[in-house]
Design a protein around this ligand. Structure first.
Ligand code: SF4
Length: 99
């Protein structure tokens, strides 16, 4: 949720610590959990996002082709059941499901 306050800062120049964030749960009962993020929470989220971004860049550069060896196929068909890349990755598995 705190990441939304950073989006609001970028998009509308809002001060993220003055952003009121609200999670609205509909089940089992209507519950609203709202808060304004602290500076520590904002810095923590920034650090986490930068860390994730750097991990992605290690796997795949922003420019140029990716190294396919860094993306091994999963070993179990169970993991592939809902994957949209079955047609190009495991076409035999797709044929089995259609028959
Ligand atoms: S079908 Fe999807 S989940 Fe399965 S190995 Fe290929 S890319 Fe990975």
């Amino acid at each position: 949720m705190t990441l939304y306050s950073l989006y609001a800062q970028r998009k509308w120049d809002w001060n993220p610590i003055e952003t009121k964030l609200a999670a609205v749960y509909l089940h089992p009962d209507l519950t609203v959990d709202s808060f304004s993020p602290s500076e520590e929470e904002i810095e923590s989220v920034k650090s986490e996002v930068k860390g994730c971004f750097n991990q992605m860049l290690e796997l795949e550069p922003a420019f140029g082709p990716a190294d396919i060896d860094k993306f091994p196929k999963t070993g179990t068909d169970f993991d592939c059941a809902w994957c949209r890349f079955q047609g190009i990755c495991k076409p035999d598995l797709l044929k089995t499901e259609q028959s």
